[in-house]
Design a protein around this ligand. Sequence first.
Ligand SMILES: C[S@@+](CC[C@H](N)C(=O)[O-])C[C@H]1O[C@@H](n2cnc3c(N)ncnc32)[C@H](O)[C@@H]1O
Length: 281
Amino acid sequence: MTDTLLADGTHPDAARERDRWAASADAWDRWADPMAGLADKLNRPLLDAAEVAEGDRLLDLASGAGEPALSAARRVGPGGLVVGSDLVPGMMAGAVRRARTAEGAAPVFLAADMTALPFADGAFDRVTCRFGIMFVPPVDRALREVRRVLRPGGRAAFMVWGPRAGNGLFAEIGAVVADHLGEDGSLDPLFRFADPGTLTTILRAAGFQHGGETDLTPVRKAPAGQPFWHAALEMSFGHRLGGLPADRRAALEADIAARFAAKAVDGVVPVPSHARIVVGW
Ligand SMILES: C[S@@+](CC[C@H](N)C(=O)[O-])C[C@H]1O[C@@H](n2cnc3c(N)ncnc32)[C@H](O)[C@@H]1O
């Protein structure tokens, strides 16, 4: 099997991943609308890389609360089709809710494990997946499925995270969470494809003949003194916060706030992020 291991030499664990996302599904629903503007800034280059156009039939994998499926539906228009999918049905509650009020033709959402897709060969023109492929233990199996459901000449685009150190929210919040609750390694899968070329190598082994990678390294200018980190804490660390007594949660949040406050310059906290778009066709 062509694959990549985590820093500790293991694969992500399927049951642990399912539990993690089930536990943070409410937070993803709650934060989906407030984060929609920031989400779209990442969705647009991902859809561009997949060359998504009006009339396309697009499959979005690991859609969570609907990113980028909802943006994709606006782009393909009423003559196209967007199917959003995710392993964990609860993660799509926000997507289904948001689709009801979406402009134009709404995507259809259904539960599906990307390692065994319930679609016919060649059913889609485009496949997208934003921050999802890294959580799948047999990633090579998922990519062969992607290739199978794409029509000949179809195109897939994946968004993954670059290194942890280049992603300020994960680095800073992760350090405080580890101080308070211990290091459990659950952040490691996020950075599974942080090394350039890793995912492209697996795409090629899965039968994609062409590939390319583009790094995005925006620096968000967050307002000092505001809890701009709150969404990231609840969405990416929510599985660790359940049942935490209020006083311990307050102490943890105070330390996160202090850590970011120490980075403020003229009322602004620079928060770097590093994402990578990997395409195959
Ligand atoms: C970080 S969230 C990304 C959600 C959304 N694409 C976004 O960017 O906001 C990761 C998602 O991957 C999903 N996932 C994990 N393993 C999966 C699998 N084998 N098949 C499909 N989805 C999976 C999880 O349920 C979760 O919703």
